[in-house]
Design a protein around this ligand. Structure first.
Ligand SMILES: [Fe+2]
Length: 199
């Protein structure tokens, strides 16, 4: 979709996470099933319905060298078992492209994983924080609070999204609720923990 204006000011609703007049992409739990470790907890929810987990409104009015794209994200509060609602996560198709996330409402984290080294970290994202995501870094946003987590992501118009790379291998860390608090665990550690719980 092409918009003619090179300059514009866009009004948005930071509590609803919506941009009036712009379509939002909704990701439901069924779209994210593979992202959660606890598949049986996921299926239990899906047997009752298919809740919306997050929405993204992409503003991609300008294309080409030097231009920017930006997207307003809203992740609902909720969990699948102990795992908080989160985005699918992605790398940029143009790997060197960095991105800035600006928190607007709520409490959460961003999981960052360097594709080249496998090194990963979790950084807080909230209304008083900006998270810098360097190039070559897979990123996933997680809502660990009781209200919707709302944020802007701003990046080069040439970055593109590569979801496929993360379908082949998943993030090495997960953020789960343990004793009421968000805790970062290695995925394998959490898998073992679930197995132990079933015994
Ligand atoms: Fe991104």
């Amino acid at each position: 979709m092409a918009y003619p204006l090179l300059w514009n000011s866009i009004q948005f609703d930071p509590s609803l996470g919506r941009v009036p007049g712009r379509p939002a992409l909704t990701r439901r739990l069924s779209d994210l099933r593979a992202a959660f470790v606890n598949q049986s907890a996921c299926d239990q929810i899906l047997n009752l319905g298919d809740p919306a987990v997050y929405q993204v409104t992409q503003i991609e009015d300008q294309e080409g060298e030097g231009q920017l794209h930006y997207g307003l994200g809203i992740i609902m509060p909720g969990k699948v078992g102990d795992e908080y609602y989160m985005t699918k996560g992605h790398l940029h198709a143009w790997r060197p492209a960095a991105e800035v996330y600006i928190g607007l409402q709520g409490q959460g984290f961003m999981l960052l994983e360097d594709e080249r080294t496998g090194k990963s970290t979790a950084l807080p994202l909230s209304a008083d924080r900006v998270v810098y995501v360097p190039g070559h870094t897979a990123h996933r946003t997680i809502n660990t609070g009781n209200e919707a987590l709302v944020y802007w992501g701003i990046l080069s118009s040439q970055a593109g999204h590569d979801y496929g790379a993360k379908d082949r291998y998943d993030f090495r860390k997960v953020i789960v609720e343990i004793d009421g608090e968000p805790v970062v665990l290695d995925r394998d550690q959490y898998v073992d923990r679930l197995k132990a719980d079933k015994r």
